[in-house]
Design a protein around this ligand. Structure first.
Ligand code: ACO
Length: 338
C-alpha cells in the first residue's frame, strides 16, 4: 500500500544483540540424528546463538539491541514516544514491551507487543511508520526479538536445527515528506494454513477438572511444529509475488532494487526468491549461516550487520520481506536516508 502522508518516516539507526553461546551443527548432531553436511546443504546454517541457563531473557537481548540503536542515533530513551516489540516468545503473555520500556528507561513511551512470528518485524515497521506518517509520533523504537530455543523440541531434528535466539532494533524518526524513507508496503495473511507452523496451546488436566463446579479446562503452550515442505513452497511462491506487487505500486521494478533483505529462514529460499525476481544473488543480504532462523529478530539483525559493514549507501533501495507462521507475509520497500 502507498499511503498519503503528513510527514516522512526514516530509519535513523539500528542495533542488535545475540547470546554468547554458539551452538554448532556438530553439537546438534550429538543430540539428534543429523549431520553438519545435511544442515548446511539443506539450509545454509552453520551455527546459531542460544540463551543457556537462567541469566538472560528475551528482554535483556532486546534492551541491548535497543540501547545500541539509541547510542548510534545519539538519542536519549526519554525521547522515545512508542515502543513496538515484535515477538512470539514473550516473557509474559500479557506482553513484554512494558518490561523493555522499564529496562531502557523510556518512561515517556507507550509500549506494546506485536505477535506475527517471522513476519513480526515487517509488521511492526509498517505499524510504526503509520504512527509517524500520520503525524501522531516523532520517535519510535521497533524491536524484533525471539528466543525460540525455549519453544523448540530439541528431540525433533526437523525443527531444532533451524532456530536461534536474537534481537534487532531500529529507531524510526519523523522527517519532512520529501525525505521519506519508508516508501510502501504489501501485507498478507492466510489463516487457513495456520496449522503448517505453530506453537499451539494444548488443553490438559481435563479428567481432573470435569467433575468440579467450575469445569474450566486449562493447558499450556507446547513446542514448535512445522510442515517444512509446505512452508518452503509457500515462501518461494508468495514472497516474490508480494515483492512484485509492492514494487509495482511504487512504480519500481526488480532492476531498481539495490538490496534484497528476506527473513533469514533458509539459504535455498533466499536464492529461489532472488531467482524468481531476476535479482542477482550478490544483492542478497544474508547472515543465516551464523545465526539460523531468529524469527522476528532475523531482519533487523541482518540489516544492522549490513549497515555495520558499510555496504548500504544513501538512497539505496532495500526490499525487505518477512514470512512465517500465521501464515503471514509482507514486504516493505525502503530507501536508505541516513
Ligand atoms: N537431518 C537429517 N535428515 C533430516 C533432518 C535433519 N535435521 N530433518 C529431516 N531429515 C530427513 C527427513 O526425515 C527426510 O527423510 P526421508 O526422505 O527418509 O523421509 C529427508 O531428510 C528430507 O526431509 P524434508 O523435510 O523433505 O527436507 P527439506 O529438503 O524440505 O528441508 C527444511 C527441510 C530445511 C525444514 C525445509 O523444508 C525448510 O527450510 N522449510 C521452510 C522453513 C521456513 O522457512 N520456516 C520459516 C518460518 S519460521 C517462523 O515463522 C517461526
Amino acid at each position: 500500500m502507498k499511503p498519503s502522508i503528513m510527514q516522512g518516516a526514516r530509519i535513523l539507526a539500528t542495533g542488535s544483540a545475540v547470546p554468547d553461546n554458539c551452538i554448532s551443527n556438530q553439537t546438534i548432531s550429538n543430540i539428534v540424528d543429523t549431520s553438519n553436511e545435511w544442515i548446511v546443504t539443506r539450509t545454509g546454517i552453520k551455527e546459531r546463538r542460544v540463551l543457556i541457563g537462567h541469566d538472560k531473557s528475551l528482554i535483556d537481548l532486546a534492551a541491548i539491541a535497543a540501547m545500541r540503536a539509541l547510542d548510534k542515533s545519539s538519542m536519549d530513551p526519554l525521547q522515545i514516544d512508542l515502543i513496538i516489540l515484535a515477538t512470539s516468545s514473550p516473557n509474559d503473555l500479557f506482553g513484554s514491551a512494558s518490561q523493555l520500556q522499564d529496562k531502557i528507561g523510556a518512561i515517556n513511551a507507550v509500549a506494546f507487543d506485536l505477535t506475527a512470528a517471522c513476519s513480526g518485524f515487517v509488521l511492526a515497521l509498517v505499524t510504526a511508520t503509520q504512527f509517524i506518517q500520520n503525524g501522531s509520533y516523532t520517535n519510535i523504537l521497533v524491536v524484533g526479538a525471539d528466543v525460540l530455543s525455549k519453544w523448540t523440541d530439541w528431540s525433533d531434528r526437523s525443527t531444532c536445527i533451524l532456530f536461534g535466539d536474537g534481537a534487532g532494533a531500529a529507531i524510526l524518526q519523523a522527517c519532512p515528506s520529501n525525505e521519506n524513507g519508508i516508501l510502501g508496503f504489501q501485507l498478507d495473511t492466510n489463516g487457513s494454513q495456520a496449522k503448517q507452523l505453530s506453537i499451539a496451546y494444548e488443553e490438559e488436566n481435563q479428567e481432573l477438572l470435569k467433575d468440579s463446579e467450575l469445569p474450566i479446562v486449562q493447558g499450556s503452550f507446547k513446542y514448535i511444529t512445522m510442515n517444512g515442505k509446505e512452508v518452503y513452497k509457500f515462501a518461494v511462491s508468495e514472497v516474490p509475488t508480494s515483492i512484485l506487487k509492492c514494487l509495482d505500486l511504487l512504480s519500481l521494478s526488480s532492476q531498481d532494487v539495490d538490496w534484497l533483505l528476506l527473513h533469514q529462514a533458509n539459504e535455498r529460499i533466499l536464492h529461489a526468491v532472488a531467482d524468481r525476481l531476476s535479482i542477482s544473488s550478490s544483492k542478497l543480504i544474508s547472515n543465516l549461516s551464523k545465526y539460523g532462523n531468529t524469527s522476528a529478530a532475523s531482519i533487523p539483525l541482518a540489516l544492522d550487520e549490513a549497515l555495520q559493514k558499510g555496504i548500504i549507501k544513501v538512497d539505496d533501495i532495500i526490499v525487505i520481506s518477512g514470512f512465517g507462521a500465521g501464515l503471514t507475509w509482507g514486504t516493505v520497500v525502503i530507501q536508505w536516508k541516513c
